[in-house]
Ligand binder design. Sequence first.
Ligand code: FAD
Length: 422
Amino acid sequence: MPAGGGAGAGAGGGDAGRKALVVGGSLAGLSAANWLTAAGWRVEILERSRQPLEDRGAGIVLHPSTSRFLTEQQGLALDDFSLGVDHLRYVGPSGDVVAESASRLRFGAYGALYRSLRRSLEERGGAYVHGAHVTGAGADAGGAVVELADGSRRTADLVVGADGVRSTVRRAVLPAIEPVVAGYVAWRGVFPEDELPPGVREPLARAITYTILDHGHILTYPIRTATGEVQRNWVWYRNLPSPDDLDELLRDRDGERHDLSVPAGAVRQEHLDELQAAAAATLPPPVAKLVRATAEPFVQVMVDVDPPKVAFGRICLVGDAGFVARPHAAAGTAKGAEEAWLLAQTVADPAIDVPAALATWELAVLPIGSALVARSRRAGERAQYEGTWEVGEPLPFGLRAAGDSEYGPEGAAAGHTRPGSG
Ligand SMILES: Cc1cc2nc3c(=O)[nH]c(=O)nc-3n(C[C@H](O)[C@H](O)[C@H](O)COP(=O)(O)OP(=O)(O)OC[C@H]3O[C@@H](n4cnc5c(N)ncnc54)[C@H](O)[C@@H]3O)c2cc1C
């Protein structure tokens, strides 16, 4: 199926309004669907998973772009789905605080963001279809087209690929682009804040806490889950001795080889044992206790994806389907939300030519994505290989620039930007 323009006149089967198909119903897909719905589009999400995606157990450093839809369009308060801290703290090998500065970062949980964005879409009449496995994307005379695993085809005025790192839509339009493995992984876990072992809660309280290790680093911060519970989230970046270790690590308890992550509950016991031993041997005591108390950590492989284009006629790529930055700038979700917001503004005018609008949108988002990938890669190389991430230095968190993830004094979004402003 050729990618590209197509007339688009028949999209939507004669229904009123323009129709968008969003492939992938995670945070980027939900952001795109919500913003497009708010801009007057009829939207349908095609999600491969047969169940809601609520149980991923991961913390997300928020950015004003990530929270914008929920605060501006849904009228939610930031405290409804996130919490803030007062300090950035660095903890040394013995567990002592070795540097501390003020921080106005805010943190959310994947499940809380997913649930809020999904509820909003459903309230606005957007459709969310589970079990819809897209196998291809392109264009014909009727508009943009997606093919599904059941053999059916759907046509729309716009197709938004929001199907993650291994995007099928990206493969259809950019077959040569593959994720580039960085050589290290992120181990992640959460633990209920009010069950933290003695000696752990106080050193970490009201803070995002970093420990710089020999060829690695670990951070931890509190999150508010979808049910309102406060949990302690941690992320430990660990280098792989060799590519063979990756193959081993990605093989789960049933022997199945996963692609770029092994979910909680599936990591083989020998790897969990090794993690526990390494925590005891190398982490400061409070952080080691947190990691060792976590029942089912999970692991994700760090990759870069740096595509030359993200708009192809009536097809575009958002979130991890487009650029994938290593998480050191903590802005992957923010990038997807920003791309979605800019997209909806660019195609809001019902009379606009969609391929021309996507070309304009691409000019705005390409520099954000490629700069984020480069800045995040640099931060990762410094921390994991060069040993030049200094104790006490400001974090590289930010979407357009380091520092723009911080919120204002009352939790207001300090880093809000308008299209074309950056
Ligand atoms: C360790 C780590 C820490 C991070 N921390 C932060 C942070 O603090 N702040 C931040 O902003 N970002 C962070 N990120 C990045 C963030 O998690 C991702 O950028 C973001 O979740 C990507 O969302 P997405 O919707 O683009 O992709 P995904 O969440 O991967 O969703 C893709 C969806 O598409 C569906 N799908 C896939 N293929 C198909 C198909 N063929 N047909 C139909 N559906 C399909 C999948 O089932 C899935 O639901 C972090 C990432 C990692 C790894």
